[in-house]
Design a binder for this molecule. Structure first.
Ligand code: FCB
Length: 441
């Protein structure tokens, strides 16, 4: 199947700083909103925190070696803002940056290309305490300063830079629904946060251009295709709204330089719209080199008279992963072809795709057949999209390691490599071995 992908296609694995690094108080790292949030009683399953996680901060060399064994071309990781600026701004912490230099040394030794995400949700807590986090426009400016500091020093070593990971999740789960850090429940605040995350993205793209860096920069969005429940036009309308609030609300500003008019109207009609400075859209719409896509599943939407929003999501009867997410590989094909149809030929990367299953170790092996099947079927749909003309350039499997799955703590395992959290021993799962063989062609 590998031969169905272009020769220069990039195959990788992905992680994020707070989910794997641990070493929360080492070498001058400041507190992040996830350190703070995970300590609030009842917010994370079993009170788990990222204090130790996969201890990747100390074991990065071993982890890079595993990647080399798998034979990946590239590694997507994220840089922890509070390691670089413990207070979010002001005085940088050289030791924090050194860690990423060491990681890059190791990757280069093994010829693995580096793709760095600048923001994968670990906002310095000081920016939350003193400014209200992403609700405040100034935080986007501090993000730009942090991005400039990192890109000046590491930029040349990064083949790909992802500005912001999943602004919908960061804004909505963090500021509207309160299930992610910082745990706020205020929809209007979340709309401001979404705008400032996008503004921060645009500012970072500008910085990248000013520095004359020759790699690629873009944003990663969590994109979910939504399908109407039945043939009823009211269901189609419901699907349009949900697609609008979750997908187009981010795609349109970044790739077209404007918010989707139908959704602005919809928010206004519900008194949910906030003032978003139109001038910022020029910055947000700065030309990106690629679009990163995190795809896990689809959604099914129907109209509903009893729901105040006028619609509801429905669950399908098909198999689901340990997250309760439906396994729906065709959705990836639909999504990729739709993006090319609606947004033109911008290069696309799948920056995350993978599945959680309740793995067990048997005689030193992990037989995660379902995860292998999940990956295989999604690879097939990606190949199909490429055959139909979609400029898909790379694919990062989520995740290299089992890790801290946000509000679910360590109870959900997404890795193609198993982590025994008591001993920190790594075991390449059957899915990882399958990926290795796939990569060998
Ligand atoms: C995405 C996140 C990533 C991981 C996966 C399962 O929303 O970007 O960190 O938690 O989901």
């Amino acid at each position: 199947m590998k031969s169905q992908f272009p020769q220069d296609f990039i195959w990788g694995t992905a992680t994020a700083s707070y989910q794997i690094e641990g070493a929360a108080e080492v070498d001058g790292r400041g507190e992040s909103i996830w350190d703070h949030f995970s300590r609030m009683p009842g917010r994370v399953v079993n009170g788990h925190t990222g204090d130790v996680a996969c201890d990747h901060y100390n074991r990065y060399a071993e982890d890079v070696k595993i990647m080399a064994e798998l034979g990946v071309d590239a590694y997507r990781f994220s840089i922890a803002w509070p390691r670089i600026f413990p207070e979010g701004k002001g005085k940088p912490n050289a030791k924090g940056l050194d860690f990423y230099q060491r990681l890059l040394d190791e990757l280069e030794k093994h010829n693995i290309r580096a793709a760095a995400t600048l923001y994968h949700w670990d906002l310095p807590q000081a920016l939350q305490d003193n400014y209200g986090g992403w609700v405040n426009r100034d935080v986007a400016l501090y993000f730009r300063d942090y991005a400039a500091y990192v890109l000046e020093r590491l930029g040349k070593r990064l083949f790909q830079v992802i500005t912001i990971n999943e602004p919908w999740v960061a804004a909505m789960l963090g500021y509207a629904f309160g299930v992610h850090a910082p745990g706020i429940r205020d929809y209007k605040a979340a709309l401001h946060a979404s705008h400032h995350l996008l503004y921060g993205h645009g500012l970072a793209v500008q910085v990248y251009r000013e520095l004359g860096l020759s790699g690629q920069i873009g944003i990663t969005l969590n994109l979910t295709p939504f399908y109407p429940r039945c043939d009823d036009p009211r269901d189609a309308d419901a699907a349009r709204i949900v697609d609008g609030t979750t997908n187009r609300w981010f795609l349109d500003p970044v790739l077209k330089g404007r918010y989707p008019e139908d959704i602005v109207e919809w928010y206004k009609s519900r008194d949910m719209m906030v003032d978003l400075p139109a001038d910022d859209l020029k910055v947000i719409g700065e030309k990106s080199d690629f679009l990163g896509i995190n795809y896990y599943s689809r959604g099914i939407v129907g109209h509903s008279d009893d729901d105040p929003r006028g619609y509801k999501q429905f669950s399908p009867d098909s198999p689901v992963t340990d997250m309760g997410w439906e396994v729906y590989p065709t959705g990836l094909y639909d999504l990729l072809t739709r993006l090319t149809r609606d947004y033109g030929s911008i290069p696309l990367y799948i920056t995350e795709n993978g599945a959680a299953y309740p793995d067990v170790v048997e005689d030193g092996r992990v037989h995660d057949k379902e995860r292998t099947e999940y990956l295989q079927k999604h690879f097939e749909q990606a190949a199909r999209a490429i055959a139909d003309g979609v400029p898909l350039k790379g694919y990062y499997v989520w995740s290299l390691l089992d890790n801290f799955e946000w509000a679910f703590g360590y109870t959900k395992r997404f890795g193609i490599v198993y982590v025994d959290y008591d001993t920190q021993k790594r075991i390449i799962k059957d899915s990882g071995l399958w990926y290795r063989d796939f990569l060998k062609g």
